[in-house]
Design a binder for this molecule. Structure first.
Ligand code: ADP
Ligand code: MG
Ligand code: MG
Length: 914
């Protein structure tokens, strides 16, 4: 996202634009709301007239501390034009104009900034407003609302002061709600409110409507920089220097009796994506009342019976808007005494399923092409559609709703502390860890639990960040829950109690918490990827079929469009097969670590501890056939596609017993007089290999150089497996990857060793083995010396997990649990650098290594195999950086395929992967 901020505004700039002068292409200058109001005006739709003060004026004000010198004049002229157009006057005691002052930035920031309604009311105009409307109650109620809203948003007074007075008035009148307040009470209230303003600010509530207007405009400018607005922008990665526009508009009133009302509507269902308009209507009410939820709204269809004419008009307008924007639109409208007014429109937000269905519908309807459909859906949305889901068909018991903080569906027994969670997991029971909030002490419990539920904190809370990092389902901030750690229970607002061990189900996407264990099923979209269209459609309802069809259409197009190949990280034959079904074009990272653990660990220990060449060669000889079999099976599953096999890369200590455990064992044995000789040798070896920082210790290529024969063994196993596959008529395409290289010398030594092995195996078996040998780039030094390394390496694969750790100098395990939530909350990162590549730092190393490597070796093959390979924003970066492929976990492959295509279609500025 690029900043729309211009350089310092030129003198004599125009800052004010009538709605009739702008259009939807002017969002940078007019903000989203203003640009769309102008667009509707241009379309000839009934928009209450008004004008927009540009974001440029806001930026000027925020920089200079004063509005641009000419702003007051420009506003005055625009106001005069508005007065002429409406035939009313601001402050006129006979025919008063009332206006709203509405904020509106380029990107929607719901609820973050301010709007002031009914500007123009004062002691002189309130009577005329009452007379014109034929409604005293309406006029006085509007006046008291203006003072209340103005005091809060413009004067910065505590709204509590006014609420308390309002409640007193309601109580004194002996009624139940403020809508019933009689006119004299409202008049008294206005007078009381003005008293509060005087008392709090030392000045009267401004009676001059022009002053009200200018003060409100500046207050909207300032609302751009409130703490919560800044925080919101940091989290949503909206630049801070855009500023907001201000819209000044004639007020229209939906609360003037039964011929009036207000509503919101969508041109299609934003939840399911079903065709047909969808909305709510509230007769005799203003827009704020709909949002406040004071009264129950009617479905939009009810308007047809109340006011057929306007229903028809509105339907026409919605059709026009869809035609015009070629997308789902949402609208706000008001009917004032039979006259329909459009107050807002924008391309509407929608759920993931709706995004896919609507994009495909629009293609079918011939409104957009497939490229545009691709731009309209995101990898994040596709990812959401792939999480397992609860099967809700059997009926549910909804307990409460919090925030969906980490997607997925999990059911388990409630536990209230980490230790209980760990113990339960050891017993093989699924548990949901329930905490008010979590901290690093809860980590073990979070690992043990199938899901996490908290009553406090939002999407950047510790629980949310850590759960997302672990891919664990979490619902956070379920504030209705009263958690009692002592009693080991939680209480719902209705008094119901859930005790420890009771079973609940949590949905990390919707934030819903249900009683009991709901059945979990794989999503239809996953079935589609894993087993094809027919399997996904089997027993699916029509909306689901339509969704799957949409995903299919869009994915086929994505595969035609993308330049990047998408490979998968897969270590086992099963993973390799699944990756292939998910559309992977090979394996970008096949780790060999786990192949050495389990029952083979003992052989590896012998290898490490070998006292002489013979012992070492014996151990290697034992490992060889086992490794060969591993590779044969994986090469078979990926026949014809590249398989990048990484030579062994865990810290050595993972193969040896724990130092403390072993010391105790030896001590006990010696005490008991038993023979501890072999244990003693082991202890000595373990001591020798003990490391303070295993992450920075003897691993990767370092291990290969220190432990003679180890890498040669692996290369031999790969070579022999390939020969075996060739003899069977297969097409094995192994690539050998050396981990943790920091200097070209390390790489050259291993390549010499490997080439010799390949040559001898090829000769002996009469087969051709032309495997590329390359390296991971996962240390800053490797990136910095990429030109040298490229002399030896035939490919680079960026290991962005380690590269992120070593560039920042922190280890993921330590930081994610300990301080990332604080960093996210305080805005050091907008998102964890382990989730999305840190473009400015780590990304720069990647780009440098790409460019300098390719300068030396133009056909250098480039890929990435960190988890970033499946992250939408990172995929765009890797596309732009010129990589050949990304590699990610099999389940992320479809997401990466989609985003790789979107990266081709979206320019840098337009790429919005959220
Ligand atoms: P938000 O950005 O929070 O949606 P808006 O600027 O849309 O804020 O204003 C909030 C509500 O105020 C609108 O939904 C509408 O009901 C009411 N409103 C704003 N301007 C007018 C107007 N000119 N006439 C009547 N109501 C208005
Ligand atoms: Mg609005
Ligand atoms: Mg690594």
């Amino acid at each position: 996202m690029t900043s729309g901020a211009a350089a310092a505004p030129a003198h004599n700039s125009r800052y004010v634009f009538d709605f009739s002068e702008g259009g939807m292409e002017m969002k940078d200058l007019l903000g989203g709301k203003g640009a769309n109001l102008a667009e509707m005006t241009r379309m000839g739709l009934p928009v209450p007239p008004g004008f927009t003060i540009s974001t440029e004026a806001c930026r000027y004000y925020l920089q200079a501390g004063d509005p641009p010198p000419d702003l007051v004049n420009q506003v005055r002229s625009a106001l005069t034009r508005l007065e002429v157009a409406t035939g009313r006057g601001l402050g006129s005691a006979t025919n008063p104009l009332l206006i709203s002052v509405r904020s509106g930035a380029k990107f929607s920031m719901p609820g973050m900034m301010e709007t002031v309604l009914d500007i123009g009311l004062n002691d002189d105009t309130v009577g005329a407003v009452a007379a014109l409307a034929g409604d005293d109650h309406f006029a006085w109620d509007s006046y008291r609302r203006l003072i209340q809203m103005f005091s809060k948003t413009v004067l910065g007074l505590d709204s509590e002061l006014f609420e308390v007075r309002l409640e007193q008035a309601v109580a004194a009148a002996g009624i139940s709600s403020d809508v019933e307040l009689p006119v004299p009470s409202l008049q008294q209230l206005v007078s009381d409110y003005r008293g509060i303003v005087r008392e709090q600010t030392g000045e009267d509530f401004p009676q001059d409507p022009h002053r009200q207007l200018m003060m409100a405009i500046l207050a909207v400018f300032e609302s751009w920089n409130t703490e919560r607005a800044r925080l919101y922008r940091r989290q949503e990665r909206i630049p801070h220097d855009l500023g907001t526009a201000v819209n000044v508009q004639m007020m229209v009133f939906g609360n003037l009796g039964h011929g009036s009302g207000t509503g919101v509507a969508f041109t299609r269902d934003p939840a399911s994506g079903a065709k047909g308009v969808y909305g709510d209507y509230l007769p005799d009410a203003q827009g704020e009342d709909v949002v406040a939820g004071i009264r129950n709204t009617l479905p939009l269809a009810a308007l047809r019976d109340l006011d057929a004419d306007n229903y028809e008009k509105l339907s026409d307008i919605m059709a026009q808007l869809e035609e015009h924007y070629r997308d789902l639109c949402d609208i706000e409208f008001t009917i004032e005494q039979g006259h329909l007014w459009m107050l807002q429109t924008r391309v509407g937000k929608r759920t993931a399923a709706a995004a896919f269905r609507i994009a495909e519908q629009l293609v079918q309807e011939g409104r957009i092409d497939l490229d545009e459909a691709l731009r309209r859906v995101t990898g994040a949305q596709l990812g959401q559609l792939m999480f397992p889901q609860f099967d809700l068909s059997g009926g549910v018991d909804l307990l409460t709703t919090g925030m969906g903080a980490s997607p997925g569906a999990a059911a388990g027994h409630v536990v209230f502390d980490s230790a209980t969670a760990v113990a339960a997991e050891a017993d093989g029971r699924d548990v949901i860890l329930v905490r008010r909030e979590t901290n690093p002490d809860d980590l073990a419990g979070m690992v043990a639990a199938v899901g996490v539920l908290t009553s406090r904190g939002g999407k950047t809370s510790h629980a949310a960040v850590v759960a997302r990092g672990m891919g664990k389902t979490a619902v956070c901030g379920a504030e209705e829950l009263e958690i009692d750690y002592e009693a080991r229970s939680l209480t719902l607002p209705d008094g119901r109690v859930i005790a420890e061990d009771d079973v609940v189900s949590i949905d990390g996407t919707s934030g819903r918490v249900y009683a009991g264990a709901l059945p979990v099923e794989p999503s239809a979209v996953v079935k589609y990827f894993d087993a094809g269209l027919d399997a996904a459609n089997d027993r699916a309802d029509e909306p689901t079929r339509e969704l799957v069809r949409a995903v299919d259409t869009i994915m086929r197009h994505a595969d035609r469009v993308r330049r990047l190949t998408v490979r998968a990280n897969a270590d086992t034959p099963d993973d390799a097969a699944r990756a292939r079904r998910m559309g992977a074009g090979g394996i970008g990272l096949c780790r060999t670590e786990h192949m050495f653990l389990g029952e083979r660990k003992e052989i590896v220990q012998r290898l490490i501890l070998a006292a002489n060449d013979q012992e070492r060669e014996d151990a290697l000889a034992e490992l060889l056939p086992l490794q060969r079999k591993d590779f044969i099976r994986i090469l078979e599953r990926m026949d014809g596609l590249p398989v990048t096999i990484r030579l062994l890369d865990p810290p050595l200590h993972e193969f040896l017993p724990d130092l403390t455990d072993l010391s105790v064992r030896v001590a006990l044995a010696e005490q008991g007089g038993t023979d501890a000789e072999s244990e003693l040798a082991l202890l000595a070896a373990v001591r020798r290999h003990h490391e303070q920082n295993p992450m920075l210790g003897l691993r990767g290529v370092r291990l290969g150089l220190v432990l003679p024969g180890l890498f040669a063994l692996q290369v031999r196993a790969i070579a022999e497996a390939a020969c075996f596959r060739q003899r069977l008529g297969g097409d094995p395409r192994a690539e050998i990857m050396i981990p943790l290289v920091g200097s070209v010398q390390e790489l050259e030594l291993i390549i010499d060793e490997a080439s010799e092995v390949l040559k001898s195996v090829a000769e002996r078996n009469h087969c051709a083995l032309e495997f590329p040998i390359g390296t991971m780039i996962e240390l800053p030094r490797a990136a910095l010396t990429a030109a040298q390394i490229a002399e030896a390496a035939e490919f680079f694969s960026f290991g962005t997990n380690d590269l992120t750790q070593t560039t920042w100098g922190f280890s993921r395990d330590d930081v994610e649990a300990n301080f990332f939530s604080a960093y996210l909350e305080r805005g050091v990162f907008g998102v964890s650098p382990f989730e999305s590549i840190d473009v400015a730092g780590v990304g720069r190393l990647v780009q440098m290594a790409c460019d300098e490597g390719r300068a030396v070796r133009p056909d250098l093959h480039l890929g990435v195999c960190g988890e970033h390979g499946g992250d939408p924003e990172s995929v765009h970066f890797f596309h732009d950086a010129g990589l050949d492929y990304v590699s990610c976990s099999p389940f992320r492959v479809p997401v990466a395929r989609l985003e790789a295509a979107r990266a081709v279609l979206t320019t840098d500025a337009g790429s919005d992967t959220r």
